[in-house]
Design a protein around this ligand. Structure first.
Ligand SMILES: [Ca+2]
Ligand SMILES: [Ca+2]
Ligand SMILES: [Ca+2]
Ligand SMILES: [Ca+2]
Length: 356
C-alpha cells in the first residue's frame, strides 16, 4: 500500500513538472522529501516560479544554504513549504538533520522568460476611398519584443472582388529583436468607373512565428468607399417659405413669391406683401392703399395640364422683378417687367413642371 502511494505521488510529480514546463507564465514546482533525499534534487526554474516541498513523514526541514529561505526547525509531522524565487541564481539547500547523508538539493533560477509579444491589427475596421490608390493597414506588436517574430498577413474577398476592386495581398511581416514599432502593410486599391455600393475586403493575420501569439483583433475589415455615381443628384431642396412683410407663401406655403421694384427716378425696394387667399396675394410699393401688383399660383396638377400655373397682373409701369420659388424642388422662376413699361399680364401655364 505504501509503495503504491509512493508511485502514484511520483507520477503526479512528473505530471506536474510537464504541466509547469509547458507554461510560459509563473509556475509551481514540487519537491518531495522521500526518505532522506529530495526528489527531484535539481530543479531548473525561472524567475517568478515557486517551489513547494512536501514532507511525507521523516524528521526533516528544508533551508537554503544562503539563508534565503527556511521552513523552520525539523519536524516529522507532514508539512509543506512553498517559496517563490524572485531573483536569478543557483540556490543550494539542505535538510539540516540529514545533510551528512547527502540530503541536499539545488534550485537553478534563470532570468525572466522571453516575451515575444503578440501581433494584432491596430483597428478592426478601416476605410479607404476607391481613388486613394493604396490603403495602409497598421499592425502592432504588444506585450513584449523579445526575439525576432513574424506574422502572415492576407486579404480575402468580402463584397469586394480581388483584381477588380483591390489587389489580393499575402505577405509576411517581420519584427526584429527588441522591435515593437507598428508596421504598415500596403493593399493596392483599384479605381474603376462602376457605380457600386461600398465594398469590403477581409484582412487576416495567421501563422505567428518566433514565439509570438496572435492578439485581438487578428481579423479586420477594410471598406472601399465607392466614388462613382451614375444617377444625377436631385435638385437641392429649397428652404421653407417664411411669411413676412415682403414674402407671400401660397398653396399651403409651397410657393414663395417676392417682388422688387425700381422707379425711373431710381427709388427701389422690396414690395410689401399682403395675402388675399391661399392662392393669391398682392404687393404695394409706396403706400399701403396703393396696390401695384396681384399674383397667384394655381395647382393644375391634373391631366392634361400637370403644372403649377403662375399669374400676375400689374397696376404699374415701373420696373418689377418677381421671384417665385417652389420650396419642395428648389426650382425658381423670375418674371421681369421692364422700366417705364405698362405691366403686361403674366399667364404662365407652364411655370412649374414639378407636380405633384
Ligand atoms: Ca466591385
Ligand atoms: Ca470598385
Ligand atoms: Ca471610381
Ligand atoms: Ca466604383
Amino acid at each position: 500500500m505504501h509503495r503504491f502511494s509512493s508511485c502514484w505521488l511520483g507520477l503526479l510529480l512528473v505530471f506536474c513538472l510537464i504541466v509547469s514546463a509547458g507554461s510560459a507564465r509563473a509556475a509551481n514546482f514540487n519537491v518531495v522529501l522521500s526518505p532522506n533525499i529530495f526528489v527531484p534534487s535539481v530543479l531548473n526554474i525561472q524567475v517568478g516560479d515557486s517551489v513547494t516541498w512536501t514532507n511525507q513523514g521523516g524528521f526533516h526541514n528544508v533551508e537554503a544554504v544562503s539563508g534565503l529561505f527556511n521552513n523552520g526547525p525539523p519536524s516529522s509531522d507532514p508539512w509543506t513549504f512553498t517559496f517563490t524565487f524572485t531573483e536569478a541564481g543557483s540556490v543550494p539547500y539542505i535538510c539540516i538533520v540529514h545533510v551528512g547523508l547527502g540530503m541536499t538539493g539545488v534550485v537553478n533560477v534563470s532570468g525572466a522568460p522571453a516575451q515575444p509579444g503578440s501581433i494584432r491589427f491596430a483597428s478592426g475596421a478601416s476605410s479607404v476611398n476607391e481613388a486613394a490608390g493604396t490603403a495602409a493597414i497598421q499592425l502592432q506588436r504588444t506585450g513584449g519584443s523579445d526575439g525576432a517574430v513574424s506574422v502572415m498577413f492576407s486579404t480575402a474577398n468580402g463584397t469586394a472582388t480581388a483584381g477588380e476592386d483591390y489587389t489580393a495581398t499575402t505577405t509576411v511581416v517581420n519584427w526584429g529583436d527588441g522591435d515593437s514599432s507598428p508596421k504598415n502593410v500596403t493593399v493596392t486599391i483599384l479605381e474603376d468607373t462602376a457605380d457600386e455600393p461600398n465594398e469590403t475586403v477581409a484582412l487576416a493575420l495567421t501563422n505567428p512565428g518566433g514565439g509570438a501569439t496572435l492578439g485581438s483583433p487578428a481579423n479586420a475589415t477594410l471598406t472601399i468607399v465607392d466614388n462613382d455615381d451614375s444617377t444625377p443628384p436631385p435638385p437641392p431642396p429649397g428652404q421653407d417659405c417664411v411669411k413676412d412683410a415682403e414674402t407671400l407663401c401660397l398653396l399651403d406655403d409651397r410657393f414663395e413669391v417676392k417682388a422688387a421694384f425700381e422707379t425711373k427716378q431710381g427709388a427701389s425696394g422690396q414690395a410689401q406683401a399682403v395675402e388675399l387667399t391661399p392662392d393669391t396675394g398682392y404687393f404695394w410699393f409706396f403706400t399701403a392703399e396703393n396696390v401695384e401688383l396681384v399674383v397667384k399660383v394655381r395647382n393644375a396638377c391634373v391631366d392634361p395640364f400637370n403644372r403649377f400655373w403662375f399669374f400676375a397682373g400689374g397696376l404699374t409701369n415701373v420696373e418689377v422683378d418677381i421671384t417665385v420659388r417652389d420650396t419642395e424642388t428648389g426650382v425658381i422662376r423670375n418674371y421681369l417687367n421692364p422700366q417705364s413699361t405698362p405691366f403686361l399680364p403674366i399667364t404662365d401655364t407652364n411655370a412649374f413642371d414639378t407636380c405633384p
